[in-house]
Ligand binder design. Sequence first.
Ligand SMILES: Nc1nc2c(ncn2[C@@H]2O[C@H](COP(=O)(O)OP(=O)(O)OP(=O)(O)O)[C@@H](O)[C@H]2O)c(=O)[nH]1
Length: 304
Amino acid sequence: MNSESGKSGFVVVLGRPSTGKSTLINRVCGEKISIVSPVPQTTRNTIRGIYTEERGQIVFLDTPGLHQAEKKINLRMRDLVTESLEDCDALIYTVDTTRLPGEEEEAVAQLASSLDVPRIILLTKMDHPESNPARIVEFLTTHALADLPRFQTGGLQEEATEDGSRPREIEDLLAAIFPLLPEGQPWYPGDHYTDQPPQFRIAEIVREQAILRTRQEVPHAIYVEVADLEQRPKYLWARVFIFVERPTQQGILVGKGAATITEIRRESQKILGRIFPMPVRLALQVKVRPRWRRDDNLLNSLIQ
Ligand SMILES: Nc1nc2c(ncn2[C@@H]2O[C@H](COP(=O)(O)OP(=O)(O)OP(=O)(O)O)[C@@H](O)[C@H]2O)c(=O)[nH]1
């Protein structure tokens, strides 16, 4: 890219949990950037996906979902969202067209309408049989957001095409974003997709794979720590602890004859092998750490 005339800026993707924010960033950046799962509120950190091409560079901030819940962890996430909004160059407000806009959507819409940055509305999951965009447009009208540039996506959860090409809808969205960004040097080298360290990427992929195999309260009781990381001659080796709050949850994650944990390891290694330039081998262990969600020091280190 020609950095003299290129555009470069930060774009926050704002929206309720599970509206498809991570999926969107992954599809734009063509890499597995941040954790994607059907369980709401699994994106705990503000993760950057970086997209670079001739027109310039977009650094996406993937905000944690805004939650009304009282829990400490949710309140912190809300602070993080507001912080990341302060410095951004543009904002994409994603609205899930399959859900009724309730109280939570009200809160996000109010935040979006109070901001003084260029904004784009993105209606998501238009492919879904329960998609009802008219209802959302009506809702946006009541928040004076209906006149903003509006785009839509659908079918983004499907596997990317072999040749890596993106859907037309994403191209249209990119064409709308670039003009909103200031001229400037790229913030990151062109071949970087994310500035997250390898430990973080490994922990997020293992967490995603663990969450995909558990239900109900278990996904929220999981956190993952990379205890050791070594670059060996032909592969990257990591010792990884999966923490849960109760022995029963530990049993679920290990599975009968260690079947579940073996599957988590295999699948994580496969995904990580595509992300890193060399194979990744994991030594996984599930440990119990009662009440970790109430540990302030731990929360501070997990949510940065
Ligand atoms: N039908 C359909 N499903 C989608 C689409 N985009 C995302 N999804 C699904 O919606 C769910 C949530 O997607 P995420 O990308 O994790 O949502 P998020 O907004 O990042 O969620 P949080 O991290 O909880 O804030 C996943 O099961 C996705 O596969 C889409 O275009 N169509």
